[in-house]
Ligand binder design. Structure first.
Ligand code: ADP
Length: 352
């Protein structure tokens, strides 16, 4: 059974009619009271009949005007609501390019605009999801093709069944494992499901540890790593393991993208009541057209180079999400190709 009073059209028409009825009743009562006070009893009947006639005409006119305006109003509102309902059904069915017409009235325009913004956000999420599947498949293909190649070589007897071949295969398997691990962290960190153990600690300790961990690669690349102001304690409130993970990515990238003989400077300081770690290198730099995208998943400014060095292009995405989760941020700057890069990590200050 349809409850017609629940429908917006009948509610608006009912409201208009109620106004007409209340107006007519109030007018009749006031007119009657006035007539009884001002008109002589012999003229009362004639004047009352004239007033009733005038009130009837006014009531009919008001009813017609009320009905017409409510019908027009209802049509405008219902058209917008129906269009939004239709569009949301199409979006639910996977048509993410769906948008609604934006009406002229302020309130309906605001609703239509919010709806279109939501549709656009959903479309972008869908595009990113599709791109993510493509990227994951692409990233998995490279090490898998490598392993397949080694196996075929072994089966055909082209490659010797020697430790070197197996070491090369192991290298590809490790790459695969790193990628899968990174993807798992990425999905957790993006869903906000990463567990963090907040403590207050000296960030310079972590910097020293990470630099020591990267020492073999630093020596391999004949690089110099300078830690400025690392001898005074600088307290931060965050998860020390996650901070180490971020710094390993930032300093590791600096080592990876700085040619032999280059220099990497790690500077820590308290700026505007926040702990700041700046990782500056004299490496290959980042072209301005790539700079805005380097924190996006799988984005590589130079795909051949970073893939060759084992990079999957999601290290910075994870690092930035981790920094956000700890109330901080990471920003990147480069004056251009060949002009080095600067990454700045900010974290909340810690107090004893
Ligand atoms: P990858 O594992 O490929 O290094 P990241 O997410 O850590 O992935 O970095 C994304 C991209 O940003 C890299 O592929 C590289 O093009 C660029 N990049 C990051 N750090 C530096 C740096 N210090 N110097 C130059 N380019 C960098």
């Amino acid at each position: 059974m349809i409850h017609f009073w629940r429908q917006l059209r009948w509610q608006i028409i009912g409201a208009q009619m109620l106004v007409v009825i209340v107006g007519v009743v109030a007018l009749s009562l006031t007119a009657n009271a006035l007539l009884e006070q001002t008109v002589s009893p012999d003229q009362l009947a004639t004047v009352r009949a004239a007033v009733i006639q005038a009130l009837t005409v006014a009531a009919i006119a008001a009813t017609i005007a009320g009905l017409t305006t409510s019908i027009l109003l209802v049509q405008v509102i219902l058209r917008s609501l129906r269009s939004i309902a239709r569009s949301s059904q199409r979006i639910a069915a996977g048509r993410y390019d769906e948008r609604v017409h934006v009406p002229a009235s302020d309130e309906l325009r605001a609703v239509a605009e919010s709806f279109n913004q939501m549709a656009e956000a959903l479309e972008q999420i869908e595009q990113r999801r599709v791109a993510m599947i493509g990227n994951v498949a692409h990233e998995l293909r490279t090490p898998l093709a490598g392993i397949e190649g080694y196996l075929e070589g072994l089966i055909d007897g082209v490659l010797p069944s020697a430790p070197e071949t197996f070491i090369d295969m192991q290298h590809e398997v490790r790459r695969l494992r790193r990628l899968v691990d990174d993807l798992q962290i990425l999905s957790r960190v993006e869903a906000g499901q990463i567990s963090l153990n907040f403590t207050t600690f000296d960030i310079n300790d972590v910097i020293r540890r990470v630099v020591a961990q990267l020492q073999p690669q630093v020596l391999d690349g004949c690089l110099q790593v300078v830690c400025e102001r690392a001898n005074q304690p600088l307290l931060t409130r965050a998860d020390p393991d996650r901070v180490a993970q971020i710094l390993l990515n930032l300093i590791g990238n600096a080592v990876r993208y700085t040619p032999e003989g280059g220099c990497i400077t790690v500077r820590s300081a308290l700026v505007d009541e926040q702990v700041q770690v700046v990782v500056e290198d004299t490496g290959i730099g980042i072209a301005p057209e790539h700079l805005p995208y380097i924190f996006e998943r799988f984005y590589r400014a130079d795909p051949s180079r970073s893939r060759a060095s084992g990079g999957s292009g999601i290290g910075l995405t994870i690092a930035r999400h981790l920094a956000w989760a700890m109330g901080g941020d990471i920003t990147a700057y480069s004056a251009g190709l060949g002009k080095g890069s600067t990454f700045t990590l900010t974290l909340p200050r810690g107090t004893v």
